[in-house]
Design a protein around this ligand. Sequence first.
Ligand code: PMT
Length: 415
Amino acid sequence: MFELANKRILLGVSGGIAAYKSADLVRRLRDAGAEVRVAMTAGATQFITPLTLQALSGQPVRTAVFDAEAEAAMGHIELARWADAVLIAPASANTLARLAQGLADDLLSTLCLATRAPLLVAPAMNQVMWEHPATQTNLALLRERGVHICGPGVGGQACGEFGPGRMLEPMELVAAVATLFSSGALAGLQVLITAGPTREPIDPVRFISNRSSGKMGYAVAVAAVEAGARVTLVSGPVALSPPEHVECIHVDTAAEMHAVVMARVQSSDLFIAAAAVADYRPQTVAEHKLKKQAAALQLGLQRTPDILAEVAALHPAPFTVGFAAETERLAEHARGKRMAKSLDMVAANLVNLPGQGFEADENALTLYWEGGECGLPRMSKTQLARELIAQIALRYQAKQQHQSGAADRHAEDTA
Ligand code: PMT
C-alpha cells in the first residue's frame, strides 16, 4: 500500500473500549510506511496508556494543549499543520458531538479545528447511542463539511448488545486513509520529472550552481505516484532520499540531465521540468584546481542545452510542463516562456519572497495553459504538488479528448 509511504498521519484516540485496537492501528499505519503521531483525549487514557502508543509510534504522545514540554518540541498548531491526514479512531459519540459543534476545549478538538488536512473518523459506541438522532444529526453535519466517516461495523458489542457501533478493523482504516492519497488521475501513465539544481564544474573542486533543494520536484514525483503514475525522476545533487516507488536517476550537470531526459522521454506521456538547470556552464573545465593569481578572474561561459524546449519541440512530444522561477512580473514572464517554448503548461513561482520558492518547505504557484490560468496559494510543497498534479491531469485529459475528437473529424472528412 505505497500511497501511505512517508505520509504524516495524526491519529486521534478518544475514550472507548475500542481504543485497545488503536495500538494495532498505529503499527499497521507504520507498516504501510506512514509516520504516525498520536493525540489522546483524557477519556482515551482511561482505556489505553499513552506509553503504549508512544512505544508503537516511536513519538511522544500528546494529551493536553498546555503541556509545556510537548509544546516546546512541537506546538499544537505546528502539529495540526504537520499532518497530511487526521484519523480519529475510535471516535466516541462525545467526540463527534464536539467536532460537530466546533469546540476547541481539549487538544484533539483544537487540532481538528486548526488543521487543513482531511479528517477521517471511525465511530465506535453502543448501538443505541449510534442510532440516537443527536448522533445522526452530528454525523450528517460532519459529512456535509467533508469529514470522511469510516464505518462503524455491525456486530457484537463490549456491552453485550448487538448492532452498529463497532470500530472498523485497523486494516480497513489503513485502506480508508490510503484512498485519500490515491486519486488514480494519472493511472497507467509514464511521467518523467526533473528536480534539483545542476552543477557546472569550473575546476576539480569548484562549480556553478543554484539554491534548488529538490523539495518541489521530489514532492511532484510523490504526488504523481499517488495519482497512479509510473515515475522516473532525474535529479541533480540534493540532500533528499529518493522517494518510494520512483525510479530515481542521479546526475550532476545540465549535459548529463539532458542526456538522461532525451533517452527516456520517448516512452513518457508527461514531462515535468521542476529542476533549476544552469543556463550557462564554463567554456572550459580546468584540469587542476585554479590558483589565486590576478586580483580578478574572468570565466568564459556558454549556454547549456535547453532540455525543456527540446522536449516540447519533439514530434510527438509528451504533455510538457515547465516551471518558471521569477522575481518580478510573474504573469508576463511565465506566459512568455510558455509561448516561446510551446509548452502545454507553465507552473510559475516567485522566488524572492521569504518562506517560499527555493529551499523552503512551502511554495505558491500560478499555472498558465492555453486559454486558462489558476492560482494555487501558499501551502506545503507536498500538498501543492498534489494540487499541481490534479490540474496537470485535468489539462492532460482535456488535450487527449481534443486530439481524439480532431482525429475522428479528420477520419469522417476523408471517408
Ligand atoms: O528545489 P526547491 O528548493 O524546492 O525549489 C523549487 C524551485 C524554485 C527550483 C522550482 O519551483 C522551480 O521554479 N524550478 C524551475 C527553476 C528554473 O530554473 O526556472 P527557469 O525559469 O530558469 O527555467 C524555466 C524552465 O526551463 C524550468 O522548467 C527549467 O527546468 C527548464 N530549463 C531551464 C534551463 C535549461 N537549460 N533547461 C531546462 O529544462
